[in-house]
Ligand binder design. Structure first.
Ligand SMILES: CC(=O)N[C@H]1[C@@H](OP(=O)(O)OP(=O)(O)OC[C@H]2O[C@@H](n3ccc(=O)[nH]c3=O)[C@H](O)[C@@H]2O)O[C@H](CO)[C@@H](O)[C@@H]1O[C@H](C)C(=O)N[C@@H](C)C(=O)N[C@H](CCC(=O)O)C(=O)O
Ligand SMILES: Nc1ncnc2c1ncn2[C@@H]1O[C@H](COP(=O)(O)OP(=O)(O)OP(=O)(O)O)[C@@H](O)[C@H]1O
Ligand SMILES: N[C@H](CCC[C@H](N)C(=O)O)C(=O)O
Ligand SMILES: [Mg+2]
Length: 484
């Protein structure tokens, strides 16, 4: 139970009709979820305008309506609060409703195109290993200390973020590591949170359907650093040309990490093998079980963050050397017949290029690299031909297939992916629409020593076709096929 006037603290209120001296039991932004004595926030979405559901929310028992535009006819029994921006209002209300949990633990946000899940998950494990209680908000899962919840978004909505943060506080967590997606920032899901630190990984092509231009995508990411308080740290990958941009206007203390440039946290790759990396991090040598030079960046970011959070660096390095790869991120095994399978969440051109280059760097002989890949529907179309081209340039054979077509026609997506293949690579590509069949085809083509890369879906345990999700797990399928 909370008093409305208390949860409106710091909300940009334009006008109030009715009393704010009123208790509410819950906050909701979806009319279908409204329960008696709720506060309903009407948001302008991409498909619907939540203002159209105000009446429905009242019927369901909402007693307070927060909106940008007041309805023409006001109900006398209801309190209406007009705000400048409903998304921002929801985030601040959510934080107030749960007593500002982000200020009661150390919250670190990780943003960038690739590496967020890896870094946030490794940090969670590292701090748990070091004897702390921690929480994790990630694409793969949500963890409140050791209690696991299913994740539906990379960055949940502001109500859920604060609900989980509150649970973390109640469970005695000292830290929370969360992924901050560009959609999350743009939709104000992280507004009003008190961050102890922010980490920037890299910025490459993705989500240009949503953000329209690369500059807009970059500026959304930058706005996360712009709003960090001066007590926080901002740790950026300075090898990425946008690392500096992230730091331009931040009030936070600025730190850098890099492999190529001078930086506060500097890592050198001494050895790069399938089984892991031998690294020199700020003059400390350490073996890690993660594969690929891109993971040297991730480990460096983890080390820097741990140091900035005050963890003893020797203790941090010992724990770092024990960290296992995150599920669906360069997850690999070799079958009895000597065929290596790699399951990786590479769903952007840069990630696919990195993973294939890593495989090509560490393969030893004349093995074939057989790639199974596709692109998701209802997402950036521009990345499709680029991924098609990269896959065909860097693999011996490619089987193009479906990812999550969502509402789109899978064949149309496939055609767009194929369009990127240059003529001299045609003969090494085939298309098999059904993903399971595509994986099966790869296993038929593979001989002893060959490497099969299944890219794009990583940890996902479903495939969404025409809006319907059915169980689908790349790892499960390939394991079964290679065992048989
Ligand atoms: C494109 C996008 O981000 N869409 C998000 C957005 O949906 P939307 O704008 O379409 O919402 P809408 O359906 O128009 O509804 C508008 C408002 O009306 C309300 N409503 C709607 C219907 C109704 O009957 N009653 C009602 O009250 C809704 O609750 C909402 O408040 O707001 C919804 C509620 O918060 C999100 O669930 C939804 O995420 C969709 C499912 C999604 O797929 N998002 C992806 C793209 C996403 O966010 N991805 C990033 C990661 C990307 C990455 O970095 O790789 C993530 O953080 O997960
Ligand atoms: N630092 C990195 N630089 C470039 N590519 C990376 C990096 N880390 C991981 N990758 C590649 O990107 C894929 C996705 O990694 P990860 O899940 O950590 O990224 P993410 O930022 O969380 O992605 P999402 O936006 O989907 O949440 C990995 O499977 C790997 O192929
Ligand atoms: N967070 C990313 C995940 C993409 C994963 C890929 N398998 C797809 O479905 O496109 C997104 O929502 O765009
Ligand atoms: Mg992620």
């Amino acid at each position: 139970m909370k008093l409305v006037k208390d949860i409106l603290y710091k909300v940009g209120v334009i006008s109030v009709n009715g009393t704010t001296n009123l208790q509410i039991n819950a906050v909701a932004f979806d009319s279908r979820q409204v329960k008696p004595n709720s506060l309903f926030v009407a948001q302008k979405g991409l498909v619907f305008d939540g203002h159209l559901f105000i009446e429905k929310a009242i019927e369901q028992g909402a007693t307070v309506i927060v909106c940008q535009t007041l309805p023409e006819n006001l109900n006398e029994d209801i309190t209406y609060v007009q705000v400048e921006n409903s998304d921002t209002a929801l985030a601040i209300i959510a934080s107030n409703f749960y007593d500002n949990p982000s200020s009661k633990l150390k919250l670190v946000g990780v943003t960038g195109t690739n590496g967020k899940t890896t870094i946030a998950s490794l940090l969670y494990t590292l701090f748990q290993k070091a004897g702390f209680s921690a929480g994790l908000l990630s694409t793969v899962k949500i963890l409140v200390d050791t209690i696991q919840y299913e994740a539906t978004h990379t960055t949940p909505n502001s109500l859920l973020i604060n609900k989980y943060l509150n649970e973390m506080v109640e469970a005695g967590c000292d830290y929370c590591f969360m992924e901050v997606s560009s959609h999350g920032i743009h939709q104000k899901r992280t507004e009003g949170l008190t961050f102890t630190g922010g980490v920037f990984t890299n910025l490459t092509h993705d989500h240009l359907d949503y953000h329209k231009t690369f500059k807009e995508y970059r500026d959304v990411k930058k706005s996360f650093f712009d709003m960090l308080p001066k007590t926080a740290f901002a740790l950026v990958n300075i090898d990425d040309k946008n690392g500096e941009v992230m730091l331009q206007n931040t009030k936070a203390k600025k730190y850098t990490y890099a492999l190529k440039t001078m930086a506060d946290y500097k890592t050198k790759i001494l050895e790069n093998q399938f089984s892991g990396l031998f690294l020199n991090i700020n003059s400390n040598e350490v073996w890690v079980k993660l594969t690929g030079s891109f993971n040297a960046y991730n480990v460096c970011a983890v080390y820097g963050t741990a140091d900035l959070l005050g963890l003893n660096t020797t203790e941090a390095l010992t724990a770092i050397s024990e960290l296992e790869s995150v599920s669906g991120r360069f997850q690999h095994f070799t079958s009895k017949e000597g065929i290596t399978a790699i399951i990786d969440y590479a769903h952007t051109p840069d990630a696919l290029k990195n993973v294939l280059e890593t495989i090509n760097d560490i393969r030893t002989g004349n093995e074939q690299v057989i790639t199974v890949v596709g692109c998701g529907g209802d997402r950036d179309k521009a990345k499709r031909p680029v991924m098609g081209r990269i896959a065909s340039q860097l693999s011996s054979q490619v089987i193009f297939t479906s990812d999550n077509p969502r509402s789109e026609d899978p064949q149309v997506i496939l055609n767009e992916v194929e369009q990127g293949v240059e003529a001299h690579h045609y003969k090494k590509t085939i298309s098999v629409l059904n993903r399971e069949q595509a994986i099966k085809t790869a296993t038929k083509l593979a001989k002893k020593g060959d490497i099969i890369l299944i890219a794009g879906k990583g940890h996902e345990t479903y495939q969404e076709i025409k809006g319907v999700r059915t169980h689908f797990d790349d790892f499960e399928i390939i394991t079964e096929l290679l065992k048989a």
